[in-house]
Design a protein around this ligand. Structure first.
Ligand SMILES: Nc1nc2c(ncn2[C@@H]2O[C@H](COP(=O)(O)OP(=O)(O)OP(=O)(O)O)[C@@H](O)[C@H]2O)c(=O)[nH]1
Ligand SMILES: [Mg+2]
Ligand SMILES: [Zn+2]
Length: 230
């Protein structure tokens, strides 16, 4: 990007991101000190983020101590769905905001008893674009794609693919009914990110979820080494 474009683009945006990054760094330090793995789950509206979390919470019952923060512009519906499986769920209403930011995460964490928690699952607002650029203090970013959204979505959303620590390809139970070129999707991902794991799952049937749960366990055991800020 040329220097002139840079300067016209951004003093205000850069300042917002700077403040955001400082707050996120404080959150990250707090969570790391407490040994809590925090993951930021990013995907398009309807790709199945809440369904994935429902299945995850169900599977982790009695094994881990999760808390969930979930962002939506409006309604408490996802929060209510998740509260059936987890007693520490905070719904964040973003109003017109199309992503979560680090300040909202810090405010929401005031409502969580972190002494009881070893895993923080954050469902970002359904959006493949700007959530990637806002550090929340997570240790890992999880990208969720769905076969029903088309096989071109990784190629069209390169920043998420590059920033993700793991990608989930959800709704594989629907593969017989949709036109989705799996090898093309995989090749597009590999061009952008040669090493990111791609886990094929169905949040509704449970297919492939063991690999995702193993990934969470391994990441927790690693101490949740932080992802660089996108
Ligand atoms: N067949 C099938 N349906 C799924 C799967 N995962 C989610 N769904 C359905 O897809 C729809 C959207 O799922 P949600 O979990 O609400 O999606 P979301 O990404 O949380 O959506 P937003 O929060 O609105 O961005 C629901 O009707 C789910 O039941 C899956 O693996 N297979
Ligand atoms: Mg949701
Ligand atoms: Zn946004």
């Amino acid at each position: 990007m040329s220097e002139s474009v840079r300067t016209t683009r951004v003093p205000v945006v850069e300042r917002v991101l700077e403040v955001n990054d400082q707050l996120a760094a404080t959150t990250r330090a707090d969570l790391e000190r407490r040994g809590i793995l925090a993951v930021d789950i990013i995907g398009a509206p309807g790709s199945g983020k809440t369904a994935l979390l429902e299945a995850t919470l169900r599977a982790l019952k009695g094994r881990r101590h999760p808390a969930v923060l979930v962002g939506d512009l409006a309604t408490r519906r996802d929060g209510d769905r998740l509260a059936r499986w987890c007693d520490q769920v905070v719904q964040i209403s973003t109003g017109q905001g199309c992503h979560l930011d680090a300040g909202q995460i810090r405010d929401a964490l005031m409502q969580v008893d972190l002494s009881e928690v070893d895993l923080l699952l954050i469902e970002n607002v359904g959006n493949l674009i700007c959530p990637v650029g806002f550090d929340l203090g997570q240790a890992a970013k999880v990208g969720v794609f769905a076969v029903t959204d088309g096989d071109d979505k990784a190629a069209k959303h390169p920043y998420l693919v590059q920033a993700a620590d793991v990608l989930l390809l959800n709704k594989i139970d629907l593969l017989p009914y949709v036109s989705f070129d799996g090898p093309l999707f995989q090749a597009d991902v590999r061009l952008l990110n040669p090493t990111v794991p791609i886990l094929e799952v169905s949040s509704t049937t449970g297919a492939g979820l063991d690999a995702w749960l193993d990934w969470l366990d391994r990441k927790s055991a690693d101490g949740g080494a932080s992802t660089p800020i996108a």
